[in-house]
Design a protein around this ligand. Structure first.
Ligand SMILES: [Zn+2]
Length: 227
């Protein structure tokens, strides 16, 4: 999947950066990171690698180069392109942070200090790995535009898709979207959204694009209330 590759010059700069205390923050890799971010965004189709939400229109600051295995813990994979993806701030900073509980427990200690190819085996991850898995085979997202407002919901296709949905608290994102549509400012974590969105998903995916535009909010809410 990954088409980003390092040039000879990049490799030299990375070697120099690795001699510093904080290689990722080294001035030797500023341009490499910029190039990597732009290319990863294109490869990912301008969506967050975890929640799959559209990131187009968001400034570079809102999107982070994300280490799937956190760089503070698994430093030896810090420049491995397979360990890097682009994620939204919510998934990276609010949810995942330095956690790696999704990695097979047997690798937790042994892979930290000695480079292991096993960290690049999809089977060792409980959640969708942005570079090792094809995300849409596990979880899909459908975006609806209602009265100019965007509404997204998810279809979990596999156990890994389910785990990703839970891990990144994606149900809460569906609820928040629905609340905004209804003009509710306070979110309701217990809201009964999933069944509704499951049905709408099936209708929406019957259309060719997988995306659906519904005329206005009232029409959309009527559709929901009819169910
Ligand atoms: Zn995200």
């Amino acid at each position: 999947m990954a088409i980003v590759i390092y040039t000879k010059e990049d490799r030299i700069n990375i070697s120099k950066a690795k001699l510093e205390k904080n290689p990722w923050d080294s001035s030797y890799v500023v341009n490499i990171k910029r190039k990597m971010k732009n290319e990863k965004r294109l490869i990912q189709g301008e969506v967050c690698c975890y929640c799959l939400r559209d990131t187009l229109g968001e400034g570079g600051f809102a999107l982070h180069l994300e280490h799937i295995l956190p760089k503070g813990v698994f430093g030896i994979y810090i420049f491995d392109l397979a360990n890097i993806a682009v994620s939204c701030v919510r998934c990276n900073m609010e949810i995942k942070r330095r956690d790696y509980s999704f990695l097979d427990e047997n690798l937790h200690e042994c892979a930290k200090n000695k480079w292991s190819h096993k960290v690049y085996d999809s089977k060792n991850y409980a959640i969708v790995h942005p570079n090792l898995d094809s995300a849409r085979e596990h979880i899909d997202i459908v975006s609806l535009r209602v009265d100019g407002k965007k509404f997204c919901f998810y279809k979990k296709k596999t156990k890994k898709g389910e785990a990703t949905f839970r891990y990144f608290k994606l149900k809460q994102m569906e609820i928040d979207d629905l609340d905004i549509l209804q003009g509710i400012s306070v979110s309701n974590p217990g809201g009964a959204v999933p069944e509704i969105v499951e049905r709408i998903f099936d209708e929406a995916t019957d259309s060719e694009s997988g995306n659906k535009v519904i005329g206005d909010t009232h029409q959309f809410m009527d559709t929901i209330q009819d169910r």
